[in-house]
Design a binder for this molecule. Structure first.
Ligand code: ZN
Length: 436
């Protein structure tokens, strides 16, 4: 019995040992792939660690580079802080506002200056700040004062206004990054940016830039060669693609119309600018042009030599373009053709006071001028729908070319500082020319 028990125990032990052994063998077999996996995971982890190390290194390098870039910016920020602190009590601003209050019509340049000072003193959101920039933009409209237009547009954008910034107003790097993508050479700040065709005047300082080496890459245009009218479209697409461009060769058949035009120009301060493309006289508010009773304000008038318009294929000696704008922003140009003949007393006054070389607007002290002195008596006209005759060649400009000409002396033509500043005539593209 005892022996039997021992045998049973032995048998059980044997079976147990066998089971243990089998299980052990089985486990070992299954562990092999696990080990491979673990090994791979370890290798992967090592790799990842290396990659992270590299990423940290790259980040460190980027931070170092940014720090280097920020160093000069910090000093700029300090300077700006100093300017802000100096203006914080508002005395400078209130003094300037008081001084300007006496002047009825602030120039666009003074308006942007006032806007900048208000922005620094009162902040970007102050209504007075916005008002200055808006006014500057309004009165520099079509005024060919690029720097002022840029300042006003950038000022409004800084104040969060939706405003279209001309591409030539953007710093060069920003232009390279963002500019010209839309093919209009304009960067739009804000979704509903106004595209009323105003305040997009031209780079009238290009010539000066060229003299200085043209460092900031502003687009430029002229009347000859590489910058000539055939090349305007590269920078200002409407000049090439527009279908209602000015000037036109005025020739029949004409359409008879019943439009009535009148002028009511007032004597005022004489403000002249040589913008590098023409002599322009900026006009204070108050002088009106009416088309069927609808009032347009005279903004400025300027000269082209020879006349841009041709009559039956022939240009005249010169033309004066009187540029007007109505309350809705629509532009109307009254063209007065100048024919070689007797001396023109109005032009005599202007030429005696004009800036001979390019520069900012000058107000001629002690001289008043009435633009009406440059008009003929008869107001028969040719009229058509056209465009600005200078970049950006914006369309939607109504032209009235008077049939009656005004005299200008040969010497006076020669005295005009621009030998050629006339855009060639453009395709009529089925547009009607209306006569009264
Ligand atoms: Zn013109």
């Amino acid at each position: 019995m005892k022996r039997t028990l021992i045998e049973v125990f032995l048998a059980i032990a044997l079976i147990g040992a066998s089971v243990f052994g089998w299980t052990n063998w089985k486990q070992n077999g299954a562990a092999a792939p696990q080990i491979t996996e673990l090994k791979a995971a370890a290798e992967e982890a090592e790799k990842t660690a290396k990659t992270s190390e590299e990423a940290v290194k790259a980040a460190e390098e980027a931070v170092a580079a940014l720090r280097e870039e920020m160093a000069p910016l910090e000093s700029k920020v300090q300077q700006l802080e100093a300017v802000k602190a100096a203006l914080a009590n508002g005395t400078t601003l209130s003094d300037l506002e008081a001084a300007y209050k006496k002047e009825k019509n602030l120039s666009a340049e003074r308006q942007v200056g006032l806007g900048a000072l208000r922005m620094l003193t009162k902040g970007a959101n102050d209504p007075a700040t916005l008002e200055s920039f808006r006014k500057a933009l309004q009165i520099s409209d079509f005024g060919n004062r690029k720097n002022t237009i840029c300042a006003a547009q950038i000022g409004l954008a800084a104040a969060g206004e939706k405003v279209t910034i001309m591409s030539e107003c953007l710093p060069k790097s920003a232009k390279d990054d963002k500019g010209e993508k839309d093919g209009h050479g304009e960067k739009t700040a804000g979704k509903d940016a106004k595209s009323d065709g105003h305040g997009k005047a031209t780079d009238k300082h290009a010539k000066a830039d060229d003299k200085k080496g043209g460092s900031h890459g502003a687009p430029h245009w002229g009347y000859e060669g590489e910058m000539g009218p055939e090349k305007w479209g590269k920078e200002f697409p409407t000049c090439a693609k527009g279908k209602s461009q000015s000037p036109l060769d005025i020739r029949g058949p004409f359409v008879k119309g019943r439009i009535v035009i009148t002028t009511d120009y007032k004597e005022g301060a004489l403000r002249m600018v040589n913008n590098g493309h023409t002599i322009q006289v900026n006009v204070n508010p108050g002088s009106k042009f009416r088309i069927d009773g609808i009032a347009y304000d005279l903004l400025q008038f300027h000269f082209h030599r020879p006349s841009e318009e041709k009559i039956d294929g022939k240009p005249l000696a010169m033309v004066i373009h009187f540029v007007h704008k109505n309350a809705e922003g629509k532009l109307a140009v009254l063209g007065v053709l100048l024919k070689e003949g007797n001396e023109n007393p109005g032009i005599k006054t202007l030429w005696a006071n004009m800036p001979k070389s390019e520069g900012p607007e000058v107000e001629v002290e002690g001289v008043k001028f009435n633009p009406g002195n440059l008009l003929p008596k008869e107001f028969d006209f040719f009229s058509y729908e056209g465009s600005l005759t200078t970049p950006p060649c914006t369309e939607g400009v109504r032209f009235f070319i008077l049939k009656s000409t005004v005299n200008v002396a040969k010497e006076q033509i020669a005295e005009f500082p621009f030998k050629l500043n006339a855009r060639p005539v453009q395709a009529q593209n089925g547009r009607e020319i209306v006569t009264n």
